[in-house]
Each structure stands twice: as C-alpha cells, then as structure tokens.
Design a binder for this molecule. Structure first.
Ligand SMILES: Cc1cc2nc3c(=O)[nH]c(=O)nc-3n(C[C@H](O)[C@H](O)[C@H](O)COP(=O)(O)OP(=O)(O)OC[C@H]3O[C@@H](n4cnc5c(N)ncnc54)[C@H](O)[C@@H]3O)c2cc1C
Length: 381
C-alpha cells in the first residue's frame, strides 16, 4: 500500500494503523460473541475523531480527504468490519445531511454528529424493499397538521445503538427522507441477531408507528430521496466498504503469510509446496490490484472527477468479490487453525460474504458497471 501513497498519506496511514490496531487488535472476537460493540468502543470512535473524520470542517467534522478516510477504513477493516461499519453508516448519514441538509440541520444536528457525541444510522431497507428502493413503503403523512412516519425498516446497522436515524419514506408517491430520533415516541427497536457476518454491527429492525416529526426534520425536496439522497449516501458507503474489505484482506494475507512460512508438512514449509504458492500468489496479486482500485477511487472522489462514481463502483465490486474468494483460500491454507473463531480468517470468511451484499449486491453493481465498461471501450475505439 505504502508505494501508492505520498509521504503525508503514508504518515496518516501509519497513524491510523497505530491508533486502531494498537488499541483493538485482539478485541473483535469478543465483540462478535456479544453481537454489539461495547459502549466504550463507540465512545472511543467519537473521541478519536473517527466518526466525524470525513465530514466537512464547516459542520464540525475533520474535513479528511477521501484518501485519508479510505486509509482509516482500511485500518478499521483490519481489526473488525463491524467496527468499520459503525463509522461507515454514521458517515453515510452525516455526509448526506452535510451535502443536502438545511441550515437548521447544520446548526442543530450536524455538530453532534461531527464531534461523535451522537451516533447516526441510515434506514433504507424494508422487508419487501432491499435492492429495489423504489419499492419503499414506509410513509410520511400529514394528518391534522402533524407529520407522521409509519413503516418498518430491517437490517439497520447499529440500529440498536444509533441516536439519529435518516429514514427513507414515500410521501404521496414521491420519495423523501426525514430525521427521527431514537427516543421519539412511536419508534420501537428490536435487535436482529444470529447473522452470518458483521455480527457485532448491532443490527436492528425499527418500526415507526404514528411517529411524529417536526417539519424541520424533513431532508431534501419531495421526490429528491431516490435520485439524489440515496446515491449520495451509497457513494460514501461503497467507497468505505471497498476500503474496509481491503483492510480485512490485508489482515488475512498477513495471517496466511506467517502461517505458510512456518507451518511444515511433508518435510517442507507450506510455502515450498506448489499448490500453496498458487493460492498465495493469486491472493497477493488480487490484493495489489485491490489497493490500486481503492486509491484510484479515492483520488477520483477527491478530485470531483466525473468518473468517480464508476471508480468507486468498480473498487467496491472488485475488492468485495476477491475478498470473498481469498478469505475462503485463507481458511483453506490455515487448515483447522483457520476454522477457529479466534482466527482472523474465520471471521473474515463470514464477513466477506456479507460485504458482497451490503451497499449494493454484486448483481446490482453489475447492472451499472457492465454498460459503463462496455460504453467506455466503444467510445474509445
Ligand atoms: C449485515 C447487513 C447490514 C445492513 N445494513 C443496512 C443498513 O444500515 N441500512 C439499510 O437500509 N440496509 C442495510 N442492509 C440491507 C442491505 O442493504 C440489503 O440487504 C441489500 O441492499 C440487498 O437487499 P435484499 O437483502 O432485500 O435483497 P434483494 O433485493 O431481495 O435481492 C435478493 C437477490 O436478488 C438479486 N437481485 C435483486 N434485483 C436484481 C436484479 N434486478 N437483477 C439481478 N439480480 C437481482 C440480488 O442481487 C440478491 O442476490 C444491511 C444488510 C446486511 C446483511
């Protein structure tokens, strides 16, 4: 990774690795068993400036560039994808609000999100609307001069913990979004445990029953949520997921490298066996390609390059796909040691599958990527 960074970025990466892995390197397994990050960890993310890192400084955030934020996610992903997801969903919500919110949101909501004293989550998915967000049926209705939210959201990352929710709804057939506080009457939060991966991500099902909000809590104009707010949130989310998957794969590769250099079978170390070399080489080569794609996505995002959306999609798609393939190889290479839940690889194997589903499944990303890739070739020839 270091060869792709300038000296300042390298120093930032070192700092992130020391900060995150230095503090939490051996904690992930305990968090996974508890199916939630301890409160101490959530507070630490705020105090260390990670929750507000990528928010503009004008609204109380750290003003970090996409590459700086990416390197943070890489460090978090090495330790725990659940931990990285806390920072990610908070950022998706806060950055969408920073970009499209009102002066009232900037004054009354964003400062606490920027300093990390309140935690945010983003509520899009419903029991019958996942990839197809046009099918959202949660509603915002005006009744006797009151604005009421009704509906159910599922699989909400850190829904068990978040203070402020950005909820996507439809209002008279048009997509809209609004802010709801967890302590608002009419909000009920149920944990959703027993999941394959991201086990410490505090997933929740959140039901809104005649939940009254103030007119200031509406975010964006009517009809704005589906074409503008959701793509903004997903772009930040996909950028973050690509980098956290990269960090996870780096950690797996490091664990494999230690193992194959020392473990012996049939009178040789594992790395001296051809089939092992093949698995390790494929993993290392894809890892290097993944680093390039993540850096390229961040640089395009930072430069506000019109190609940024496609670069981010490509990075998310590729890194999550190879992470899924190579975390399986990592478990294979470690044999029974890789099956232990104490190992980095067992957790990464489960988390990698989930990363190919969140922020757009592989199939949904292919629907955008395939025409973009084909058209790029056609335009060039
Ligand atoms: C751990 C975890 C955390 C999550 N966190 C959040 C969160 O914080 N907030 C939130 O709102 N949501 C969250 N989600 C939900 C997540 O965004 C959805 O699961 C995801 O968008 C896919 O939706 P779905 O599960 O309803 O699958 P569906 O949309 O029902 O898709 C099922 C399958 O059909 C395929 N498919 C669908 N449409 C097409 C098509 N047109 N062409 C080809 N194939 C298609 C999909 O690729 C998939 O393989 C989370 C999910 C998980 C597992």
């Amino acid at each position: 990774m270091e060869h792709l960074l300038d000296p300042e970025e390298r120093a930032h990466h070192d700092q992130m690795l020391r900060l995150v892995t230095g503090r939490w390197a051996r904690s992930a397994h305990t968090w996974e068993r508890g199916e939630i990050l301890p409160e101490e960890v959530v507070r630490w993310c705020g105090e260390a400036g990670l929750l507000g890192a990528a928010l503009p400084s004008a609204v109380g955030g750290g003003g970090w560039s996409p590459i700086e934020a990416g390197l943070m996610y890489e460090a978090l992903g090495r330790v725990s994808v659940s931990l990285a997801s806390l920072v990610n969903v908070h950022g998706m919500m806060a950055q969408t609000l920073a970009r499209w919110g009102t002066a009232w949101h900037r004054e009354h909501v964003l400062p606490a999100l920027g300093e990390g004293s309140r935690v945010a989550a983003i509520c899009m998915t419903e029991p019958h609307a996942g990839s197809d967000l046009a099918a959202i049926s949660a509603s915002l209705l005006e009744k006797a001069n009151r604005l009421l939210v009704n509906g159910t959201k599922v699989f909400i990352t850190f829904g068990r913990r978040a203070d402020d929710l950005l909820v996507f709804v439809q209002r008279e057939g048009r997509s809209e979004a609004c802010l709801v506080r967890r302590d608002n009457p009419g909000v009920s939060i149920e944990p959703m445990g027993d999941v394959l991966g991201l086990r410490a991500a505090g997933l929740a099902r959140i039901t809104f029953s005649d939940c009254e909000i103030a007119p200031e809590a509406v975010v964006g104009k009517p009809g704005f949520a589906l074409p503008v707010l959701i793509p903004t949130a997903l772009e930040h989310g996909r950028h973050a997921v690509a980098w956290m998957a990269l960090g996870m794969l780096e950690a797996c590769f490091a664990e494999c490298a230690r193992f194959v250099r020392t473990r012996r079978a049939f009178d040789r170390t594992l790395i001296d066996h051809g089939q092992v070399q093949s698995l390790v080489t494929r993993m290392g080569a894809d890892l290097e390609a993944a680093r390039h794609l993540c850096v390229s996505a961040s640089r395009a995002m930072g430069a506000k390059d019109p190609a940024a959306t496609e670069r981010i999609l490509l990075a998310k798609y590729f890194v999550c796909r190879v992470a899924q393939e190579h975390t399986a190889s990592a478990v294979q290479l470690l044999g029974s040691s890789g099956v232990s839940e104490q190992s980095v690889t067992a957790r990464a194997y489960r988390d990698a599958k989930v990363l190919t589903i969140i922020e757009g499944t592989e199939q949904i990303l292919e629907r955008s990527l395939a025409p973009a890739l084909v058209n790029a070739v056609a335009e060039a020839s």
